[in-house]
Design a protein around this ligand. Structure first.
Ligand SMILES: Cc1cc2nc3c(=O)[nH]c(=O)nc-3n(C[C@H](O)[C@H](O)[C@H](O)COP(=O)(O)OP(=O)(O)OC[C@H]3O[C@@H](n4cnc5c(N)ncnc54)[C@H](O)[C@@H]3O)c2cc1C
Length: 439
């Protein structure tokens, strides 16, 4: 196992560039036994270890100034049970590699988020989700997992083996152990038809229950300072259904997420007074379009414009109130907001620290272009979201503490008890985790 790395590689920053740290060592285990050894050595040395994925969290959740464990070289055997649609992969595999592997075998993930750059372990550890009223977060597709705990014990967990650990470890911020292998319940490969259209916000909100009932996956982007949204629905269709390639929407992709949008953001940062006009022009420039494609290519889009983000999962009924408050917040800020607000939906689940634990959720995500002020905006929205019993996304900026989080997660104390059992020496903790979960 690679042990102490030179300082240049020990320096780390996340995708957004708002979290930086320098580890004392980088550990790249090749086997599960190496992971056990890494954990036990850290305990013996009074040090700490932090597993990291691809660094796509905005919070310090993957940050460490102690020992960093990267799972990139951990090569557990890939096993595919085509009949039962169960696929077992190394936990550090990036989602884009997983998607390619599944496609080669006629399979797919039932749902995905906006991008495919995260590792499987990283994505499930923070409750990463896509949209779809009948779909939980990605962790709900986990059928079993292998965890090296804070004592170096190797636990295989599922609904039948260590069910409590299974209920907690599927969203556990790296606090219960190092995930080494994950078994995912997949579905047969499928084609999605995406339909995107501009619409008035009021119309979409009035039609929301019907919209969610009619489509497999619904999301929309609200453009600040306007009453306009871009609605996106994805539906499963036969593979030969109206095969419109994605490039026909190049301008829309670029407007919403990449080069053109990056230019607009730079202009808005240089001349903030233009932000409302830029938002209105962006909202008007987006057109209606329909395209079909392999599910993962439709779910995921490359994101090249850097931003910071906060996202809250709310009880779904609270969405109208949260959106109305957000509009007032944006209008009252002493600076301008350059990014649209993203709204998504998920089904309830039973994972202890999942944002969707026990309830239907609406997610509201606020963004700001890198280099622009964001804290007063995010903090004001956080006050609204917490008053509505919102739960912050574990990978996105927020200022919640253990005492506050305990109020909104019914199984929070059970998680803390399990954490003490699995990591009695707190070898897996960091200052951020202490803030979130307690000492
Ligand atoms: C451009 C962009 C788009 C995004 N889109 C979405 C989206 O659509 N939906 C959504 O919900 N989120 C989204 N996110 C957030 C992202 O999915 C999460 O922050 C996710 O956790 C990042 O995964 P990662 O592999 O980068 O993990 P990291 O950020 O590196 O780590 C996240 C957590 O996982 C833990 N971890 C990593 N590996 C292991 C392991 N082997 N064992 C135990 N713990 C481990 C880390 O300790 C840390 O606590 C987006 C982020 C960005 C930057």
């Amino acid at each position: 196992m690679a042990r102490t790395a030179p300082l240049s590689t020990a320096a780390w920053s996340n995708w957004a560039g708002n979290q930086r740290s320098t580890a004392t060592a980088i550990l790249r285990p090749r086997t599960v036994a190496d992971v056990t050894e890494a954990v036990r050595s850290a305990v013996a040395d009074g040090a700490r270890v932090r597993p990291v994925g691809s660094g796509h969290s905005f919070t310090p959740v993957a940050r460490t100034d102690d020992r960093r464990i990267e799972l990139t070289d951990l090569d557990t055997t890939v096993r595919i049970d085509r009949e039962r649609r169960l696929v077992t992969v190394p936990a550090g595999m990036p989602l884009h590699r997983l998607n390619a592997l599944l496609a080669q075998n006629g399979l797919a993930m039932p749902n995905l988020g906006d991008i495919d750059a995260q590792t499987i372990a990283g994505a499930i550890s923070t409750g990463t989700h896509g949209t779809g009223a009948a779909y939980g977060c990605l962790s709900t597709f986990v059928e079993a997992l292998t965890l090296v705990t804070g004592t170096g014990e190797v636990l295989r967990c599922s609904a039948d083996e260590h069910p409590d650990v299974f209920a907690a470890a599927r969203v556990s911020l790296g606090a219960l152990g190092v995930l080494t292998e994950v078994t995912l319940r997949c579905v047969d490969a499928f084609t999605l038809r995406a339909h995107e259209r501009p619409a008035p916000l009021t119309e979409v909100m009035a039609d929301l229950p019907a919209l969610l009932a009619r489509h497999d996956h619904v999301e929309f982007y609200w453009f600040p300072y306007t009453d306009r949204v871009q609605v996106k629905t994805n539906d499963r269709v036969p593979a030969d259904d109206r095969p419109l390639p994605r490039w026909r929407g190049w301008l829309d992709d670029e407007l919403l997420s990449n080069t053109v949008f990056g230019g607009a953001c730079r202009l808005g940062r240089a001349v903030p007074a233009l932000a409302p006009t830029i938002s209105a022009v962006s909202a008007r420039a987006l057109t209606e379009r329909t395209y079909t494609g392999r599910s993962d290519a439709v779910f995921c889009t490359p994101r090249r414009v850097r931003f910071v983000e906060m996202e809250y999962g709310l009880p779904r009924a609270a969405l109208p109130e949260a959106l109305a408050a957000l509009r007032r917040i944006v209008d009252g800020l002493p600076f301008k907001v350059l990014f649209p607000v993203e709204v998504r939906f998920t089904a309830p689940d039973d994972i202890w620290l999942s944002h969707g634990y026990g309830r239907e959720s609406a997610y509201l995500a606020v963004h700001q272009y890198v280099g622009m002020p964001y804290e007063p905006y995010f903090r004001a929205f956080e006050r609204v979201a917490t008053a509505l019993d919102g739960r912050p996304h574990w990978g996105k900026l927020h200022w919640q503490t253990a005492a506050e989080l305990a109020e909104t997660y019914p199984r929070f104390k059970d998680f803390q008890t399990l954490r003490t059992h699995l990591d009695p020496h707190r070898v897996l903790t960091t200052p951020h985790l202490t803030h979130l979960l307690g000492p």
